[in-house]
Design a protein around this ligand. Structure first.
Ligand code: FAD
Length: 447
């Protein structure tokens, strides 16, 4: 059986950018495995524009954005297998080599040994079952992503009178899409007192079409036996529980759910990758490497991104770091085994002192999480891009990054919202060599 240097799982924007970067950094013995019948991932169903402003300084549709990367991967002759579902990843403890088990109709069951793996499986939507909405189970309830696929790829309009629960970007975009296709979107209800989507989507997808956004509201009942005939909305209090007396019935034939995305990490968990309880994605170090040596993660499987441009940028780094790992462990399986040994023993001194691998990045105040979650100074480049999200809306806030008594960064922020991912750049030269931890904090500006 052929042994690969790198296997990339998922042929969406993250997998494509990671494979391209790895190839450009000298890895030609690689393979992309994609369960769908085409490359491009979820972007194939996102036919609206707004993609690529950062990467290409152009407004592209999802398929146009994806095709830029597909064309590049094809030009580099990066091998890939479509309609191929990865079922399992395991690691041989004695050699450090990984084995990717996959299945397709042509090859049957495949067991592919490789030195390194990039996880790029994306995310899925939270379904009704995970939301505990009471009521009957009639037809007419879809996740917003399923409705997006039905409308944009399969040519079906799932309903004519629509209520959307959840104001994340997919919900907002589908409110506009359904309206443009002739449906009446009666309301977008949001449990939280703020939208989970980008401000530009609230304006362009709701306000421009006079679609009401009902903040601090949720669906408390679904009516209809065979097909949805209506739903009941209620206002919620600060405890997110419905307030009696605020109920309102809305007749509709369709309820779209846009209530959060969950990274696709079943394969990661089975492999022994440690996941963050906040992001649902792997915990990674500055090289986007998980706790399993040689296994890297990027894109929505790592943490849910607001813009695909950031997915591509992050995946490019994962590809480059995977190439670096492959270079460092060149030789036979024993090379990897010793790299594995090193990666758990060659911790930075301060980090070793507190028992973790690398200096931990600690979210504080309003910061919910950071990616990466730790930094090995010995492996850090001159600068490191750290992405994070806040847990609620902050106005006139101050962002501080500290390592013990040393202030690494202090910035005033006019507005920070959970729907918009934030980023900072840390300079290696500014981090004290004996740093025990680095704290990233957002707090209301005092005075
Ligand atoms: C329904 C939906 C709609 C979205 N709409 C927008 C939008 O309008 N605008 C926007 O900026 N962002 C949107 N996003 C976010 C978008 O997903 C990201 O910007 C970007 O596509 C993430 O890239 P990715 O490669 O990480 O994930 P994806 O694009 O999801 O790609 C992951 C790929 O991995 C494959 N895969 C997963 N598991 C396996 C396996 N076991 N074996 C083989 N292959 C596997 C999947 O088939 C998929 O092709 C949307 C996300 C979802 C879920």
């Amino acid at each position: 059986m052929k042994q690969y240097d790198l296997i990339v799982i998922g042929g969406g924007p993250a997998g494509l950018a990671a494979a391209i970067a790895a190839h450009k950094n000298g890895v030609s013995n690689l393979l992309i495995l994609e369960r769908d019948q085409e490359l491009g991932g979820i972007l194939n169903q996102c036919i609206h524009n707004g993609f690529g402003l950062h990467t290409f300084q152009e407004e592209l549709t999802g398929p146009e954005y994806a095709s830029r990367f597909i064309d590049e991967a094809l030009a580099l002759e990066i091998p890939y297998k479509l309609s191929t579902m990865v079922l399992d990843i395991s690691t041989d403890a004695s050699t450090g080599l990984h084995c990717v088990t996959a299945m397709n109709r042509t090859d049957g069951l495949l067991q592919l040994p490789c030195r390194s793996v990039i996880l790029a499986m994306g995310c899925r939507e939270r379904p009704r079952g995970a939301l505990n909405i009471p009521g009957f189970r009639p037809a007419g309830i879809y996740t917003a992503g399923t409705a997006q696929r039905l409308v944009n790829m399969e040519g079906f309009l799932p309903g004519k009178e629509v209520v959307i629960l959840g104001s994340g970007d997919i919900g907002l975009i589908m409110a506009r899409r359904m309206t443009l296709e002739g449906a009446k979107v009666k309301a977008v209800a949001e449990l939280m007192p703020y939208s989970g989507g980008l401000q530009r989507n609230i304006v362009q997808c709701l306000e421009d079409f006079d679609i009401p956004l009902l903040l601090s509201h949720t669906v408390i009942d679904i009516q209809g036996k065979d097909r949805v005939t209506g739903i009941t909305l209620a206002q919620v209090g600060p405890d997110r529980k419905p307030i009696p007396g605020t109920e309102q019935n809305i007749s509709c034939d369709t309820l779209l759910l846009s209530c959060g995305l969950i990274p696709e990490n079943e394969l990661s968990t089975k492999l022994g990758v440690s996941l963050s309880p906040v992001t649902g994605g792997p915990l990674v170090n500055e090289s986007l490497e998980t706790n399993v040596p040689g296994v890297f993660a990027c894109g929505n499987v790592l943490h849910v991104h607001d813009l695909v441009d950031y997915v591509s940028e992050e995946a490019g780094r994962a590809g480059k770091f995977a190439a670096e790992y492959i270079r460092q462990t060149a030789g036979d399986g024993a090379g990897i085994a010793s790299a594995k040994q090193n990666s758990t023993t060659q911790t930075d001194s301060a980090a070793a002192a507190n028992g973790s691998i690398g200096i931990p990045l600690i979210p504080s105040g309003g910061v919910r999480y950071t990616v990466p979650q730790s930094i090995r100074l010995s492996h850090m480049e001159d600068t490191l891009l750290v992405r994070f999200r806040v847990g609620s809306v902050f106005t006139d806030a101050v962002l501080t990054v500290t390592a013990g008594d040393t202030c690494l960064l202090r910035q005033k922020k006019k507005k920070l919202a959970p729907g918009e991912m934030q980023q900072i750049i840390l300079k290696k030269s500014a981090i004290p060599a004996d740093a025990q931890s680095i704290t990233i904090c957002v707090a209301k500006e005092e005075g």
